[in-house]
Design a binder for this molecule. Structure first.
Ligand SMILES: Cc1ncc(COP(=O)(O)O)c(C=O)c1O
Length: 415
């Protein structure tokens, strides 16, 4: 065990502050990052990795982008938190609403978890109903009532739920299979979905799935919530709603909009958002919500995300997908790399899984862990778990992709 991991394990449960970082599902122990620049991170022992983790999404520009660093430094010099509103919060809210059609108001939070948790509370308050429908394998953060059949770290730990969550708390949460339209009734307050499931590897919505959810919600007066914490401002400027042409009633965001600092947001039409305190009776709050450093980093990031940037990112991802498919395939290993825009998954099987059951079967076949370690040994860092996706950034160059594919050709031999 590295000295640092040993020390960490003494004072932090499992040595990590978020379970997926612990390498439990791939074996071994985590590297501790000393610093990151662009597409690369360097660990405390001096090893340099081409990084496809990118903080699980926030690093869309790559690490320590000069514009973000400067914006944060400038903001920090003015003060780090006031407990009173700032102009930057208004600017970020305006920018989100400008980019997303139908998004009229947002409330900023400090994490994606807070965004989804608050959006569900708002949906319950606005409809006067209790039942929530979520999909197996979708991860919406770690709020109690959403911790049923979760993807990402929950799946990586082999958990279907979570100790400490009383059955009564999830008794109003119905879990449905992804890519199937559930039967709803007028007890349902909201259906929450990742419009592209990106916490069980990558599972794209089948044709008609999102449209079907929209119709099913409208038929019973339930609200549709898109959890765009990963897809938002990554897929394209207008996120999944623009990409698929289906608008939800409520959106949840995080990751990219904080540029690597702790941020989330949820929003929708004014008429729904005005149920929130101080205007309405749905309470939601946060000491650090709309934090000056986070809003500065988010604004600096969004400023660089224009059409050309999205085109470049999608292109990088497409090249990576094609290169990996060829490199791994040539080694005689079955692989599929489902891709939606720049979102990219990696499954060691012949057909892209369509729901969590199918994903789990593939994820548990052991190939990912072998591939992961063989890549890491060559200086390429993938997420340490088979339920995650790859996060190429705008800092990844054609040479980086080439290097990755050459490494993959060798790593595939390990499977
Ligand atoms: C789709 C989705 N929703 C919500 C969350 C929770 O966000 P956070 O980890 O910022 O609380 C995540 C985190 O990975 C996510 O991927």
């Amino acid at each position: 065990m590295s000295q640092l991991f040993e020390r960490a394990s003494q004072v932090i449960p499992g040595g990590v502050n978020s379970p997926v970082r612990a390498f439990r599902s791939v074996g071994g122990e985590p590297y501790f990052v000393a610093h990151g620049h662009g597409a690369y991170v360097t660990d405390t022992e001096g090893n340099r990795y081409l990084d496809y983790v990118q903080s699980y999404g926030p690093g869309i520009l790559g690490h320590a982008h000069p514009s973000v660093v400067e914006a944060v430094a400038q903001a920090a010099r003015q003060g780090t938190s006031y407990g009173a509103p700032t102009e930057a919060e208004v600017l970020l809210a305006e920018e989100l609403c400008r980019r997303i059609e139908g998004l009229e108001m947002v409330r900023l939070t400090s994490s994606g978890t807070e965004a989804t948790m608050s959006a569900v509370r708002l949906a319950r308050g606005a409809t006067g109903r209790n039942v929530i429908v979520k999909f197996a394998g979708c991860y919406h953060g770690h709020a109690d009532f959403l911790l049923a059949a979760g993807g990402s770290g929950v799946a990586n730990q082999g958990l279907s739920g979570c100790d400490g969550v009383p059955p009564s708390v999830v008794s109003d949460t119905i879990v449905a299979p992804y890519n199937q339209i559930p039967q709803l009734d007028d007890h349902v307050a909201a259906v929450i979905v990742e419009p592209v499931a990106a916490n069980m590897g990558l599972v794209a919505p089948q044709e008609g799935f999102l449209e079907g959810l929209r119709q099913a919600c409208d038929a019973v007066g339930a609200l549709l919530i898109f959890d765009e914490v990963i897809t938002g401002f990554r897929l394209c400027s207008g996120g999944a709603a623009e990409w698929f042409g289906v608008a939800p009633d409520l959106w949840c965001f995080g990751k990219v909009i904080g540029g690597g600092l702790p941020v989330g947001a949820f929003g929708g039409r004014k008429q729904i958002m005005e149920y929130l305190a101080p205007l309405g009776g749905v309470y939601q709050a946060g000491t650090l919500s709309g934090n000056p450093l986070a809003t500065a980093a988010g604004l600096a990031t969004l400023e660089l995300l224009d059409e050309a940037a999205y085109e470049k990112l999608t292109c990088t991802s497409a090249e990576l997908a094609a290169g990996l498919a060829e490199a791994i395939g040539q080694a005689g290993v079955e692989v599929v790399l489902p891709r939606v825009g720049s979102l990219l998954g990696l499954f060691f099987t012949s057909q892209a899984p369509q729901d969590f059951d199918e994903v789990s079967q593939v994820a548990e076949n052991g190939s990912y862990a072998k591939f992961f370690h063989a890549m890491l040994a060559q200086g390429v860092a993938l997420a340490p778990g088979p339920y995650e996706i790859l996060f190429p950034s705008l800092a990844h160059t054609a040479q980086d992709i080439e290097f990755t594919c050459a490494a993959a050709a060798k790593a595939a031999q390990a499977i």
